[in-house]
Design a protein around this ligand. Sequence first.
Ligand SMILES: Cc1ncc(COP(=O)(O)O)c(C=O)c1O
Length: 379
Amino acid sequence: MADLDIDPFIVMEVMRDAAVLEQQGADVIHMEVGQPGTGASGAAIAAVTEAMSSGLPLGYTVALGQENLRQRIAAHYANSYGLEVSIADIAITAGASGAFVLAFLAAFKQGDRVALASPGYPAYRNILVALGMEVVTIPCNDETGFQPTPEILDQVDNLAGLIVASPANPTGTMLSSNELKRLSEYCDNRSIRLISDEIYHGLTYGQETATVWEFGQKSVVINSFSKYFSMTGWRVGWMLMPSDLSQNIERLAQNLFICPPAISQIAAAASFDDLAELDQHIDVYRESRALLLNRLPQMGITRLAPADGAFYVYAFVGHLTDNSLEWCKKLLNEAHVATTPGVDFDQGRGHQWVRFSFAGTTEAVTNALNRLEKWLQKS
Ligand SMILES: Cc1ncc(COP(=O)(O)O)c(C=O)c1O
């Protein structure tokens, strides 16, 4: 541990600074954090209430999770993707984050080179570093929707793994079904383990999402109840495991976590009972997204990633600052709008980018935009 050098997850530090301001009485609008302003669905809460009042012991479950929940997830793949998935291939995890640790440990060994797009979700990089893997950062830009392509990967040697996310964080950009298929084939042909983070599936604004398992089952699929299902704090997610990794993943899960939280598994299973309620959240996100895409350019912030899915707008602010960290701090301290500096997602170019999350209410987004507009006029 002594010489371990892990970068901070900057958004968590912004949240901490915002909390200090709030303790001093400030009314902070949160556009930094990637979590729905809503809670778990009514169906999930009802199931939890019933489980608590019926005196269930809520003890350990098997390490890979309750069969009932795994069946619901298998049914979800049949209904949403027309894909048959065996429950033996499904592991319930402590959110996508728990799945990353299990997947990376099972799929890679120390020193393995694992590629990921930059900008990208910072925890991939930080977890890989903590586990002793070598992170190969692939700078991607608007031309490829901030996503890697086989042509870009051709320029990188000796990869053991590739992580992709579609829709992605922080850009919201998506890989088309064909692009994902090409990446899947590219990786399979070269024994590169593809890890597909599908946590933002269900949160899209027109484009279809494909799961990488439609193109073969050598990849690892990671998903979660945090985003579409609006259950961040419940810490429950899932993984589709390639058969050659499943035994090691199960043994790692037994030893590292014993099992995912029992009560959260009950809530997660019930949340499939009422998807209509969850779909209503997307209408709110769609409205907030439109507001941002419309009003930011009016303020001179014109270069925006497409935001095909998820609930983020990744915006170029290089004409306003070369130090997004300081810019976001100033915006927080002076206008009480919390945002995430691009350096969290792209250590090279992120000094000129900022991520706005629109996962809260449309009213909050409107107020934040009003404050930002005034602040920009003054500064
Ligand atoms: C791309 C991506 N993957 C994974 C996670 C972590 O999700 P979980 O809450 O399921 O651990 C996040 C959280 O913001 C994310 O943006």
